[in-house]
Design a protein around this ligand. Structure first.
Ligand SMILES: [Zn+2]
Length: 358
């Protein structure tokens, strides 16, 4: 599986104080605790809202997204807990990388988990850490308040030690050597700082007609997101003629060599185009509460947004009728944090925004 690390940093502020990390001594594993929220949804939230808590990296089924440079600190563990000092002789916020697993909603857990495991192994290699001793759950550091990510992993049948074993195995595959068995660390190496990491890649680029699998599905989803519809087969994971034609149209529109193959250049362009779309406020969302029977421009805005994220509200007519109510309810049912009441309010707004931005 090819994993790419995307670096799309939030601006400095409360969430990104900008102080340097001296030495990375360990990794703190988290989950977002916010079912259905994606890596980009989180990124955009931290970028805009700037709460004074964050983490370096958010991982879902599509992205390994670094939102804070690994050379800087992030506040991902309450600073008055003491377990980090006891275990590692340092405060997590000043000596650890915080990694968040996104889960729930439409996020494919297995795909997200594989990335999460791989990225932990990558960090171990990059910072000379031992997967067996230098990864700690947030729950272990702050047991009175947190269960992450142990609770979520467990609901998917994965114990903490299984997770650590998975990381250790990925780590071995990473550099072809044994997992270091002694907890004492060699001196910190200068970290290689590639912009994009494709180490561990088993998918060979370019890919084209005849390829299939999760990676193809990823590309198809990105094409659709970029506005290149695949009306007949959708994102089915099979690279056929329809996908090839969409790739060629995309290449033509972006002045790339038109060969219908997805190589590094086309892939990067696709990701870039989709990331640019994030910042385009094409779909304003009304504030306040809307429910069945309401009418007007704000209802129309809501309907356009629902349509955009494929929750068809019927005709965009500015009338909050049964179909719009049903679309809202279907949307709400995707998120554990939302009540499925068919009423649009601030919480539903927040999640629609995240999906629009995804
Ligand atoms: Zn946490």
């Amino acid at each position: 599986m090819a994993y790419e690390i995307t670096q799309d940093y939030i601006r400095t502020g409360n969430s990104r104080p900008g102080q340097r990390i001296n030495t990375v001594r360990f990794i703190v594993s988290h989950d977002t605790g916010n079912p259905g929220s994606t890596a980009y949804g989180n990124r955009n939230y931290f970028d805009r809202q700037q709460p004074s808590a964050s983490a370096h990296t958010f991982i879902d089924d599509k992205y390994i997204l670094e939102i804070i440079p690994l050379t800087e600190i992030a506040y991902h563990v309450r600073s008055n807990v003491t377990a980090d000092n006891r275990l590692y002789g340092a405060n997590a916020n000043s000596a650890a990388i915080g990694v968040e697993l996104c889960h729930g909603g439409k996020i494919n857990f297995d795909d997200a988990y594989d990335r999460y495991v791989w990225y932990h192994a990558y960090l171990c290699e990059r910072f000379n850490l031992n997967p067996k001793s230098d990864i700690v759950a947030h729950a272990t550091l702050d047991p009175s308040r947190r269960t992450d990510p142990v609770g979520i992993l467990r609901t998917h049948g994965i114990s903490w030690s299984m997770f650590i074993d998975d990381v250790a195995e990925a780590f071995q595959n990473f550099n072809g050597t044994q997992t270091p068995s002694q907890p004492s660390k060699p001196p910190q190496q200068t970290a290689p700082a590639p912009n994009r990491v494709t180490k561990g890649t088993t998918v060979k680029l370019p890919i084209g007609e005849g390829s299939s699998g999760a990676f193809v599905r990823d590309i198809q989803q990105q094409l659709i997101k970029a506005g290149y519809r695949l009306p007949r087969y959708g994102a089915d994971g099979v690279f056929g003629e329809e996908t090839e034609n969409a790739v060629m149209r995309f290449q033509r529109d972006h002045n790339l060599a038109v060969d219908g193959l997805v190589g590094q250049v086309t892939l990067s362009k696709l990701q870039q185009v989709n990331q640019q779309r994030i910042s385009a406020p094409d779909f304003p969302l009304p504030s306040g509460i809307l429910r069945r029977g309401d009418q007007g421009e704000s209802v129309r805005q809501l309907q356009r947004a629902l349509k955009q994220i494929n929750y068809n509200p019927g005709t965009v007519d500015g009338i909050y009728g049964p179909r719009t109510e049903d679309a809202v309810r279907r949307f709400q049912s995707m998120y554990a944090a939302l009540k499925d009441d068919g009423i649009y309010g601030p919480n539903t707004r927040k999640y629609i925004r995240m999906e629009l931005d995804d």
